[in-house]
Design a protein around this ligand. Structure first.
Ligand code: SF4
Length: 237
């Protein structure tokens, strides 16, 4: 089984909730108003003209590179973490260290390639010692994330870890209680329409490296995302 081989996980049942979510039509609710090329150009402009030279919060002081985002400007699946780490700060690319390599395996286990998805973080500069971003840093940086979501218009968002999940859902709930089900994420698209899309919180790959026993729960979360996207689930041996 491909997923077991690449991600080291066993298949888990998908809850009936998914059918209800699909019947609500939330996946297809996002109306694309921009061409793929226009999305790409606008993302590049947001990065080049606003993020690369940004000094809106103290995180600019210790960065080597800003870390804007990576992947398909027209992706149906967007992953959002809380902030860049050491390797990301050095390269300017999100999720390229050990946690990023595990995320790549998770994406392959879903039957996708990293370049099929869009990957970014809440804040675009590395917090010192990999601490969680502070509230004022998040407030300063989230307009860039909102711009990315508005341009990419993903069908589904997966938030990685507690900080990103809490920020996306504006809650103090633990990741253990948030994960395992879809939540509504609302934003206004480039055409001015209010869009509601499903957001699945799950564990951060860095946490899974420390707590591999939790991989099965994350694989269950990702299988719900796969089903929502119409991707083939692995055979149940
Ligand atoms: S973290 Fe965001 S708001 Fe703060 S300096 Fe970097 S790009 Fe600007």
């Amino acid at each position: 089984m491909q997923a077991d081989r690449l991600f080291g996980l066993k298949d888990v049942p998908v809850p009936r909730l998914l059918r209800e979510l699909r019947e609500q039509g939330s996946v297809s609710s996002a109306s694309t108003v921009l061409s793929v090329e226009s999305k790409r150009q606008k993302l590049e402009a947001l990065d080049r003209e606003h993020v690369k030279g940004c000094t809106k919060c103290r995180l600019c002081e210790g960065r080597t590179n800003t870390v804007f985002g990576d992947g398909d400007a027209d992706a149906r699946l967007m992953f959002i973490g809380e902030g860049p780490g050491f390797d990301e700060d050095r390269t300017g690319v999100p999720f390229v260290g050990r946690a990023g390599q595990l995320l790549d395996k998770m994406i392959v286990a879903m039957g996708l390639d990293r370049k099929d998805t869009y990957i970014c973080n809440i804040v675009k500069c590395r917090p010192p010692n990999n601490r969680d971003p502070a509230a004022d840093e998040v407030v300063a940086c989230t307009p860039y994330l909102h711009g990315q979501i508005r341009l990419v218009e993903p069908a589904v968002i997966v938030s990685l870890g507690a900080p990103a999940s809490r920020l996306m859902l504006d809650t103090e709930e633990s990741i253990g209680r948030l994960r395992g089900r879809f939540h509504d994420y609302r934003y206004t698209n480039a055409g001015g329409d209010m869009i509601t899309i499903p957001l699945m919180p799950t564990y951060h790959p860095a946490y899974l490296l420390r707590s591999p026993q939790e991989k099965g729960k994350t694989w269950g979360d990702l299988q719900m995302v796969m089903q929502l996207l119409g991707l083939a689930l692995p055979d149940r041996a």
